[in-house]
Design a protein around this ligand. Structure first.
Ligand code: ATP
Length: 420
């Protein structure tokens, strides 16, 4: 048998062997599982490795960390640890476990188990495959639900009819994987999914978990595809009645993508990129609706303020921006106080001429170096005080609007008008 049938990168292979050896020394079994195995078959191996141990995962993680001179971060609640290996990356180590859901949507009750039950608790067949790491069966595939066949046939398939009732966040995961891998949610799975949604299963999920699922979607390469699909499936409206994907919102998605990539290309940094998405999702809502959705998704007070304000203020702003004879200084005055997230949102909502005007602003105006600085005023002997900001602003406006053609003109103006 080939020792590396999956063409795993040499250092990853070495690590998997070391994990297998450690398990052998400890009299336990270790498996690579979940997304790591799926991505190997997709030939797009990720950086993170998920290991499941039939035994004591927490203790195993400590031993692995010692062996690899690594750091371990433990999350004892689910018996999972993250081992951070210098120069390699993250290895998640978990104890093989069953999960039972006492009430739908709640977090599961966890019990130690073997690998078979551990795979059965998983979301989709493509994520329920494992590779044995013990040396006798090194890299032997365990695929009890025929995940490999589903992967090849392009299907996202849940393991049982109540999967989405147990954990409705799997609806988001199904859509996310479907769109990321360009597969299709298998028809029966879609039926189970829709049944659980119509039974209002989303109501059982905490706002924190919902928000997290949205964040994961916004972090995908093509969040717009998943957002659109969630709207079509009716999921958004069940998260909150005001959130259904309106036609208007759907039409804005391509321009949002274009604007986000414009921001990236021009190195305009966001503090919190997901806010742009939340602003778009909450588009056109009344303040009361906006507040309702924000609360449901556990947005902070500040985030709430941003999304509610932008939902109500942006049409007016866009109208003002559309005015034909707007001097550059006014454009600057309107746009510069806004956070990049709000600037991006506005641009995403704009008509093509306003989009172009804003793009020009970012490229040509935003980072313009003012010709007049405070030190110039000092050099003229103007005493520092509130007059400084007035003079500097007037000079900048004149520069932006072309009233001053170059720096010496501004200096002459300052000398004549303000220096006594
Ligand atoms: P990604 O590439 O997005 O990280 P992943 O499959 O690695 O995808 P994780 O969220 O890291 O996703 O989860 C790791 C594994 O844990 C999954 O492959 C799946 O087997 C299992 N899993 C995660 N979330 C759930 C869930 N809600 N229900 C059941 N199994 C889950």
């Amino acid at each position: 048998m080939k020792t590396n049938p999956f063409k795993i990168a040499p250092r990853t292979l070495r690590l998997l062997k070391q994990v297998g050896q450690l398990a052998y020394q400890r009299g336990e079994n270790a498996y690579a599982v979940g997304g790591f195995v799926r991505d190997l078959f997709l030939k797009s191996p990720g950086m993170d490795i998920d290991i499941t141990v039939e035994g004591d995962g927490l203790d195993f993680a400590q031993a692995l960390a010692r062996k690899m001179k690594a750091r371990v971060e433990a999350f004892t609640r689910f018996g999972t640890s993250i081992v951070i290996i210098p120069g390699f990356g993250k290895v998640d180590v978990a104890t093989a476990r069953t999960e039972t859901y006492e009430t739908p949507g709640s977090l599961p009750v966890v019990e130690k188990s073997g690998i078979a039950q551990d795979l059965f608790r998983r979301d989709f067949t493509i994520n329920a495959m494992a590779l044995n790491l013990s040396s006798v069966s090194f890299l032997k595939l365990l695929d009890p639900f025929r995940g490999l066949e589903d992967l090849k046939k392009g299907r996202i398939r849940a393991l049982h009819p109540l999967s989405f009732v147990d954990d409705p966040t799997r609806v988001f995961r199904a859509v996310r994987f479907e769109q990321r891998f360009q597969k299709k949610i298998e028809p029966e799975t879609e039926k189970w999914m829709l049944e659980s949604i119509r039974q209002k299963s989303m109501n059982t999920v905490s706002g924190e978990r919902l928000r997290h699922e949205f964040e994961l979607i916004f972090g995908e390469a093509h969040p717009e595809r998943a957002v659109k699909r969630l709207g079509e499936l009716g999921v958004l409206a069940y998260v909150h009645p005001s959130l259904g994907l309106l036609v208007e919102k759907r039409q804005k998605l391509p321009q949002l993508i274009k604007t986000l990539s414009f921001f990236k290309k021009n190195k305009i940094a966001f503090e919190d990129e997901e806010m742009v998405w939340f602003q778009t999702l909450l588009l056109s809502l009344s303040p009361a609706q906006g507040e309702g959705v924000s609360k449901r998704l556990m947005l902070s007070r500040n985030e709430q303020k941003i999304v509610v304000q932008s939902a109500t203020v942006y049409p007016e702003m866009l109208k003002t921006l559309a005015s034909k004879k707007m001097p550059a200084s006014q454009l600057h005055r309107l746009l510069s106080p806004l956070a990049p997230e709000t600037q991006c949102f506005l641009m995403a909502m704009a008509t093509p001429p306003v989009w172009k005007k804003m793009a020009d602003y970012f490229v040509k105006i935003k980072n313009l170096k003012p010709w007049l600085r405070g030190r110039d005023l000092k050099a003229f002997g103007i005493p520092p005080g509130f007059r400084y900001s007035y003079i500097l602003l007037e000079a900048l406006n004149g520069q932006l609007d072309g009233r001053f053609k170059k720096r010496p003109e501004i200096l002459r103006w300052v000398k004549k008008t303000f220096a006594s």
